[in-house]
Design a protein around this ligand. Sequence first.
Ligand SMILES: Nc1nc2c(c(=O)[nH]1)N[C@@H](CN(C=O)c1ccc(C(=O)N[C@@H](CCC(=O)O)C(=O)O)cc1)CN2
Length: 285
Amino acid sequence: MTASIISGKKVSDEIRGSISDEVKELVSKNVVPGLAVVLVGEDAASQVYVRNKEKACHDLGFYSEVHRLPAETSEQQLLALVDTLNQQDTIDGILVQLPLPSHINEKSVINAISVHKDVDGFHPVNVGNLVIGDDSLLPCTPAGVIELIKRAGVELSGKHAVVIGRSNIVGKPVSLLLQRENATVTMCHSRTSNMAELARQADVLVVAIGRANFIDSSYVKPGAVVIDVGMNRLENGKLAGDVDFESVKEVSGPITPVPGGVGPMTITMLMKNTLTAAKRNHGLV
Ligand SMILES: Nc1nc2c(c(=O)[nH]1)N[C@@H](CN(C=O)c1ccc(C(=O)N[C@@H](CCC(=O)O)C(=O)O)cc1)CN2
């Protein structure tokens, strides 16, 4: 039997509806959440994502600034812009779109963003708070993954979750958030020798490896929930996830599609973080 689809678009629209209502309330108090997005270079995928973020801001009534800088921008020039945005009262959240050109040190840039305006949740202080379980701005894609699982009605407590991939922006934080929901978490990565065997033990399988259609049905326990974080642009221009959707949906439980799954949730969680930052910056929480 074909699996049910977890629609990130549908869940995202529901959450954005709530965000829009909250923004209207804030605006009535003369508070307009402001997001600054910085894009360095001409990476095509990044341009799409930044455009999606800008549109979400406009749709939800946020103030939005997008700074599009040439690829030749120096690290110092970028750091100077971040410093200016840190001090700008109309800006509650700042993000610098990744990846950056190789001559710029990503860690230096992330560290330069004010912790309170770090709506990506990448700053070491926010990451540290995530690790120890303290309140923090959460990284958007991991937070979106958890929200999708919960809204699909999946109980995580006591379940075995297997995360394939250990990146700083997805694999590691999503593993921590799954633990926070009392799942038992196995993290697989490029050096894992028995990945398929471990993946088949998962009640919930989260895949974030950046390899198109890599995970087929041989990695999936019948009925397991499958969350595909992959975002791979194929030579024909189409988007593919890390999961071979057509094969896996015949054995899995609820599964996210690509596009229309985790991607829209990333943007929505960014809007949620920006709203939270705005309320905090104005002493409303
Ligand atoms: N500073 C950041 N950089 C990057 C992040 C991030 O969270 N912060 N994450 C990824 C890219 N990403 C956000 O920027 C992102 C990826 C995909 C989507 C999305 O909406 N995908 C759509 C399809 C879009 C398309 O047509 O290509 C979908 O899956 O339905 C949004 C955001 C790396 N960089």
